[in-house]
Design a protein around this ligand. Structure first.
Ligand code: HEM
Ligand SMILES: *[C@@H]1O[C@H](CO)[C@@H](O)[C@H](O)[C@H]1NC(C)=O
Ligand SMILES: *[C@@H]1O[C@H](CO)[C@@H](O)[C@H](O)[C@H]1NC(C)=O
Length: 513
């Protein structure tokens, strides 16, 4: 075939098929745009609450002033109402419905979050794992991790003892640092000791991933939601945000492979011999055992842990330190309690349990800066009928308004009172209701019911150990030039600003930890 005839043939084929190609593209784009606009269309039958009187669209109102929108909805409506979040409508329920979601096996946070965060897309592998293997994650945390809390406490103390001087140094002069990223490195290291064992928790390449993956993932999923959807689709392979996510997932698989292969071989050997898998002391081992060593992407499971386990604990510890620097009179009583309990018993689970002022302070810090002022996110797999007759439609997403700043429950709710929960606990019969790890409708910091946070006992212990080392070994204060912004609010979410700085210097500890 001559070159000319080849061109002619190509031309004819193109002309013949072009209309079909164009039509297919138009349909694809229209379909995609329709899906997008469906996602943002309000649900039928629920009042939509926004701030139209201020000239804001419901979504803008939510993103900028979510807390006010929530309060307005609760004041104006007796029952359920809806708000327009960045990922479409969600039904908000008043707090009195909390109990009705205690035993709700139709829906949970993982399925809500992973739908919002692109489970199934390359790079979003942590989300994909959580959504596909929810039981593996939840059972490994809820059953095995919690049952091993004695050994886990020993590992945490051991790692904190090593990591504290490495990450915070010995300098007796004041120095000022952005607190969140330093605490992020600290928590990634301590948590990774229990998630992956002593070797990988000191692997700098892994630590970088464990610490940054969550923020990368949220940035990428925010970018995916914004902007025209066609451009978003086209940019997926080229946008550096997505590229970074994909390369982190790739690196995670490479770094964790040897450990995963070892754990799989151990579990398979035990199963073949008809025995129970040998006891291990790391979360990855428990996940492999829970999944019967099947060939699933355990490395992605660890990326998921960075989201549910490491990022949350980092926020809580950094916020607690900021709270203390804003209320420096608390340093002394907290230090006294740490010294008293440790002198008595050394590091045990009971010691941590007996740090009652610290427990109360952590719960109070969480009350003032809950990760979200509305909790108990649930995606409904089927219609759910509430006690007031309201039917929540299948496929909708709900959450429950917290009472974190309800003055009837918490007098002077804007004030930090470290003794608040300690005092409430001393009321007759209430000693278990107001612990840091207690889940109640009054304090939804760890959610509620069967799908409440299974990692809360671990998180609380880790926070107490980390705070003990940081308080006895260092003095802390706000920087001499104060920061403009400490907390960032979006929707009903709270984050510590990554720019927030604290000053610290080495002090001599009353006892050796
Ligand atoms: C201070 C740190 C933490 C906070 C504030 C926190 C908070 C929460 C909240 C509010 C939920 C949703 C509960 C609900 O919707 O009812 C949740 C779920 C979850 N958390 Fe945590 N969490 C923390 C640490 C951890 C840690 C360290 C782990 C793992 C070791 C973990 C694992 C999970 C898992 C797997 C779920 C999903 C449970 C389910 O859907 O059934 N969390 N967490
Ligand atoms: C995890 O917990 C389950 C349920 O208690 C138990 O049967 C299993 O042996 C534990 N796995 C490991 C590896 O400890
Ligand atoms: C505080 O805000 C002002 C104005 O937005 C800005 O110019 C300044 O650099 C900020 N200061 C700090 C410490 O971030």
């Amino acid at each position: 075939m001559s070159r000319q005839t080849a061109y002619q043939a190509l031309y004819r084929v193109t002309v013949a098929y072009l209309p079909f190609v164009v039509a297919a593209m138009i349909i694809a784009v229209a379909f995609h745009l329709k899906k997008q606009s469906d996602a943002e269309r309000p649900l039928k039958g629920f009042p939509l609450v926004g701030l139209e009187e201020e000239g804001l669209s419901p979504k803008e109102a939510w993103m900028k002033h979510g807390h006010r929108v929530m309060v307005k909805g609760l004041t104006e409506h007796k029952g359920a109402f809806q708000v327009m979040t960045g990922t479409g409508p969600k039904i908000m329920l008043p707090n009195r419905f909390t109990e009705e979601f205690r035993k709700n096996d139709m829906a949970n946070l993982i399925q809500t979050q992973t739908r919002d965060n692109f489970a199934g897309w390359p790079g979003f592998d942590g989300m994909t794992f959580l959504s596909k293997h929810e039981r593996v994650v939840v059972d490994a945390v809820r059953i095995n991790l919690t049952q091993s809390m004695g050994a886990v406490t020993d590992s945490l103390v051991d790692e904190t003892r090593l990591a504290t001087p490495e990450l915070f140094g010995q300098d007796k002069e004041w120095q000022t640092i952005p607190i969140k990223s330093r605490i992020g490195s600290f928590v990634s290291r301590l948590s990774s000791r229990v998630f992956l064992g002593p070797k990988l928790c000191r692997d700098s390449e892994w630590l970088e991933i464990a610490q940054s993956h969550t923020v990368n993932l949220f940035q990428a999923s925010m970018a995916m939601r914004e902007g025209p959807s066609l451009r978003r689709l086209l940019s997926f392979w080229f946008n550096p945000l997505y590229k970074r996510l994909r390369s982190q997932a790739h690196a995670a698989r490479r770094i964790l492979k040897p450990l995963i292969e070892t754990r799989k071989a151990e579990v398979r050997k035990a199963l073949a011999a008809g025995e129970k898998p040998e006891k291990v002391a790391d979360l990855i081992g428990w996940m492999v055992a829970q999944a019967q060593a099947s060939d699933i992407d355990y490395a992605a499971g660890q990326l998921g842990m960075s989201v549910v386990g490491i990022h949350t604990t980092t926020e809580a510890l950094a916020e607690a330190l900021v709270d203390l620097c804003q209320h420096p009179s608390l340093f002394q009583p907290l230090r006294e309690e740490i010294v008293r309990e440790l002198k008595d018993q050394g590091w045990t689970r009971t010691t941590l349990h007996r740090m009652r002022l610290m427990d109360s302070f952590l719960k109070e810090s969480q009350r003032l800066h809950p990760a979200s002022a509305a909790s108990v996110n649930r995606y409904l797999y089927a219609d759910v009928k509430l006690s007031d007759g309201t039917v929540l439609p299948k496929g909708s997403r709900i959450w429950i308004a917290g009472r974190f700043d309800d003055p009837e429950l918490y007098p002077e709710p804007d004030k930090l009172d470290a003794y608040r929960f300690l005092n409430l606990r001393s009321e007759a019969g209430k000693s278990n209701t107001w612990q840091h790890t207690s889940m109640t409708p009054e304090h939804l910091g760890f959610g509620y019911g069967d799908h409440g946070c299974p990692g809360r006992f671990f998180a609380s212990n880790e926070l107490k150990i980390a705070l003990s080392f940081l308080l006895l070994n260092y003095d802390w204060k706000l920087p001499d030039v104060p920061d403009n912004q400490t907390f960032i609010h979006f929707g009903v979410g709270n984050l510590l600003s990554p720019l927030c700085r604290l000053s610290y210097r080495r002090r001599s500890a009353e006892i050796e930890l």
